[in-house]
Design a protein around this ligand. Structure first.
Ligand code: SF4
Length: 101
């Protein structure tokens, strides 16, 4: 009987550990921002000509490397979201999109 209880405790502990790992993975997979808002800024790099307009509008968010735009990080606050909106409007090829929660 003691063995069964001991096995049940180990099984329960294993389930708890794996459950917490799954929760941790899910949270980290969905939290791609420092403030945890769930914002997502993306660029279709195939459509981008590397003009750098977006970098001028939101230098903390967009960067250029060898003529290819990349996302430095997601916006952290209202002002940075506004800068991303400006970049979206000014992008000549409309290759920037944003999903702000
Ligand atoms: S403004 Fe648009 S086309 Fe210009 S670098 Fe940025 S994403 Fe590319």
């Amino acid at each position: 009987m003691k063995t069964i209880i001991s096995l049940n405790k180990k099984w329960l502990l294993t389930v708890l550990v794996f459950s917490s790992l799954l929760v941790t993975y899910k949270v980290s997979a969905n939290s791609n921002y420092e403030d945890g808002t769930g914002d997502t800024v993306t660029v279709k790099t195939d459509d981008c000509n590397g003009c750098g307009e977006c970098v001028g509008d939101a230098v903390d968010i967009f960067g250029l490397s060898n003529g290819v735009v990349y996302i430095k990080r997601q916006p952290k606050n209202y002002n940075e979201r506004e800068m991303v909106h400006l970049a979206i409007v000014n992008c000549p090829f409309k290759c920037i999109s944003a999903n702000f929660d």
